[in-house]
Design a protein around this ligand. Structure first.
Ligand code: AOF
Ligand code: ZN
Length: 377
């Protein structure tokens, strides 16, 4: 018997299961599945890692014979293609599932509605769209990469309550609290790439790595290796020193530049960096070109951790999907440096509008998440 309230409860559970893949599923989407028969949950699963079983397969394995006549609640349309794993549609059909409720269609062109069509063709009752908004928020990067060939770009900034990131002298460490810096580590951990500018690199020599342990990341097996995002430095003239700290750490470092013919390039490559030459963009490296390259590398979510110059350039090129702003409870005065370098903004009508999605305290600091207005906001 269909009951809209319990349908929502089961889909909400599927979405909560999907969240367990937040730090491990990339480049695949985070997906959860709940199998329900006669009001009783008989199977559950979530997609843990690319190459591993899909959510539906795990739920079916748990349910066994009890999947016959059951309803499957899935946060994403079941796949119907042979990827690294066989089609979930075939598994659901073979197990005798009679109804499938998907929160959203799979934006992967290899699926894109064909999974739902295959289920319907087998006489399975199919519904799509339950808690769709919540399901879309699970996978902003996967969806944007599939639909636009670009990753989802989150820009993290830290400032005083009056929006300053450094004193006029340039002195800047540490503006926000230990708690805020730890919170930002979770943003790194869910990202497949961390992007910074050479200015920040020369000033701070950042590591740009995830320092949380597997045990601190929900859904990650405590004894497993924490995945390190690709570190990306925007450095048009290759000013990165080959001794930079990020080149000494495990994982991949990519330097986006305008010319890789110089002797400096050879030194950086010898130090383990990979160079990407981009066409010239407005302020140096063409950021859109770089992001399209990252999407082709199956990178879903990018975190920008940079100073005012790169943050401003990304903002002006309309490449940022989400701003995460940590504000510390002190004032740095009007001689301090601002958050975003935005030359050419003079009139009120030139302002760049944002919609605030979330505000919360992190230790003594404030965290504001804001999005550009539009369908996503
Ligand atoms: C599902 N359930 O849990 C996931 C799906 O290479 P594969 O076989 O892992 O397939 C990856 C694609 O499958 C991925 O791009 C997306 O379209 C879909 N992911 N589908 O039915 C899941 N993770
Ligand atoms: Zn599948």
């Amino acid at each position: 018997m269909k009951d809209p309230t319990s349908d929502r409860v089961h889909m909400a559970r599927a979405i909560r299961l999907a969240v367990l893949g937040l730090y491990t599923a990339e480049p695949n989407p985070r997906v959860g599945c709940v199998l329900v028969r006669d009001g009783e949950v008989v199977g559950e699963g979530w997609h843990q890692r690319t190459g591993g079983p899909h959510a539906e397969r795990l739920a079916l394995a748990m349910a066994g014979e009890r999947a016959r006549g059951a309803t499957a609640f899935v946060s994403l349309e079941p796949c119907c293609h042979h990827g690294k794993t066989p089609p979930c549609t075939d598994g659901l059909i073979a197990a005798g599932v009679t109804r499938v409720v998907a929160a959203m269609r799979d934006p992967n062109p290899l699926v894109a509605g064909a999974g739902l069509a295959r289920l319907r063709a087998q006489g399975i009752e199919v519904e799509v769209g339950l808690l769709e908004e919540e399901a879309r928020r699970l996978n902003p990067g996967f969806i944007k990469r599939m639909e636009q060939g670009l990753p989802y770009v989150r820009c993290k900034l830290a400032a005083s309550l009056d929006g300053r990131t450094a004193m006029a002298s340039g002195e800047s460490q540490w503006i926000t609290s230990e708690a805020a810096r730890r919170d930002a580590q979770f943003l790194r951990a869910r990202s497949a790439a961390i992007l910074t500018g050479v200015g920040t690199l020369l000033a701070d020599d950042p590591a740009l790595n995830v320092r949380l342990t597997a045990a601190e990341l929900p859904g990650v097996a405590p004894d497993s290796q924490v995945h390190q995002p690709v570190r990306v430095v925007v450095d048009s003239r290759l000013r990165t020193p080959p001794t930079a700290r990020l080149l000494t750490l495990p994982g991949r470092t990519l330097i986006a530049c305008l010319d890789s013919e110089s002797g400096r390039a050879a030194h950086l490559e010898a130090a383990g960096a990979q160079l990407l030459v981009t066409p010239p963009g407005p302020g140096g490296v063409d950021l859109a070109f770089l992001l399209r390259y990252l999407a082709r590398q199956e990178i879903n979510e990018v975190l920008i951790e940079a100073g005012a110059t790169l943050a401003g350039a990304a903002l002006q090129a309309v490449l940022v999907d989400e701003w995460v702003l940590y504000l510390a409870p002190h004032l740095m005065g009007d001689a301090g440096r601002g958050l975003c370098h935005l030359p050419g903004l003079e009139l009120m009508r030139d302002r760049l509008p944002l919609v605030i999605r979330d505000v919360r305290m992190v230790g003594p600091d404030l965290r504001v998440t804001a999005l550009p207005p539009g369908p996503r906001g």
